[in-house]
Design a protein around this ligand. Structure first.
Ligand SMILES: Nc1nc(=O)c2c([nH]1)NC[C@@H]1CN(c3ccc(C(=O)N[C@@H](CCC(=O)O)C(=O)O)cc3)C=[N+]21
Length: 287
């Protein structure tokens, strides 16, 4: 048996088509949604990600506000850039590209974002809203995972879901999202302190791996027919000496799983589509 591939790129393209129509409807009411990005420094990976977000914006008709600061920018310069976006009515939401250079305080930066303009959904106020079940922007990667499974009819209601990884951007908020009444999954949140990881993943209908450990999930660790979602993205140097990105799921998992969300072509494009969705939703609410 070979797993059915759930194509995140194609699903993200569908979502972008839907967003294009919503942006058009907003334009007819005189509202032009805008996404801001703040990039500090010249890391080529971060530049590529930010460029991708601006390309996505252009595709759906969202305005891009691009702020770039030099690698040696001070915390005060960063604060000033965030204050400007907070005050700019053309900016409906924005992100601070992570990681920031080491001399800058990431927590302080994220807390300086107006929670209502938090396109990533990672502000402490918005993570708190998620805990409490209040409305607010949802973290893009967890939301992208749930949306992809929903659009491919993977049942979550009553399902046993193993989430591997408790990071602030994926694992932890994904556990919160999946256990909302609207999803009703039963979640086991596994992490580096988990004693018998394979026992938990084998018992799961859906295994979502967001640990950042290449090849962590192997074929013997899942039950036949399970749905597997690879959220891992780690830069490794291949045998040819070239850098490439690899996921957390061993390729042989595809021989045992029923459905597989691959990396690349899975969660990454969905994350970007959810970023756009957060911005459009905010523009619709302010209308
Ligand atoms: N404030 C902030 N928000 C983020 O959302 C954020 C961040 N910082 N820092 C870095 C990570 C990484 N990230 C990715 C998003 C999409 C792909 C993606 O679309 N990848 C493609 C392959 C690469 C491509 O084709 O460009 C894929 O998986 O198919 C990858 C990585 C968002 N991040």
């Amino acid at each position: 048996m070979t797993a059915t591939i759930l194509d995140g790129k194609a699903t993200a393209a569908e979502i972008k088509d839907e967003l294009r129509a919503r942006v058009k409807a907003l334009a007819e009411r005189g509202i032009n949604p805008g996404l801001g990005t703040v990039l500090v420094g010249e890391d080529p990976g971060s530049q590529a990600y930010v460029n991708g977000k601006h390309r996505d914006c252009a595709e759906v008709g969202i305005a891009s506000l691009r702020v770039t600061l030099p690698a040696d920018a001070t915390q005060e310069q960063l604060d000033a850039a965030l204050a400007e976006l907070n005050a700019d009515p053309a900016c409906h939401g924005y992100i601070v590209q992570l990681p920031l250079p080491g001399h800058l305080d990431t927590q302080r930066a994220l807390e300086s974002i107006d929670p209502d303009k938090d396109a990533d959904g990672l502000h402490p106020v918005n993570l708190g809203r998620l805990v409490l079940g209040y409305d607010g922007p949802l973290p893009c990667t967890p939301r992208g995972v749930v949306e992809l499974l929903r659009r491919h009819d993977v049942p979550l209601r009553g399902a046993n879901v193993a989430v591997v990884g408790r990071g602030n951007t994926v694992g932890r908020p994904l556990g919160l999202l999946l256990t909302r009444r609207s999803e009703n999954a039963t979640v086991t949140l596994c992490h580096t302190g988990t004693l018998d990881l394979a026992a938990h993943t084998r018992a799961a209908d859906v295994v979502i791996v967001a640990a950042g450990v290449p090849g962590l999930l192997t074929a013997d660790m899942i039950s036949p027919g399970a749905t597997v979602v690879d959220v891992g993205i780690t830069r490794v140097i291949g045998e040819d000496g070239k850098g490439r990105y690899t996921g957390d799921v061993d390729p042989e998992v595809a021989e045992v799983a029923g459905k597989l969300v691959p990396m690349p072509g899975g969660v990454g494009p969905m994350t970007r589509a959810m970023l756009l969705t957060n911005v459009v939703e905010r523009a619709e609410r302010t209308a």
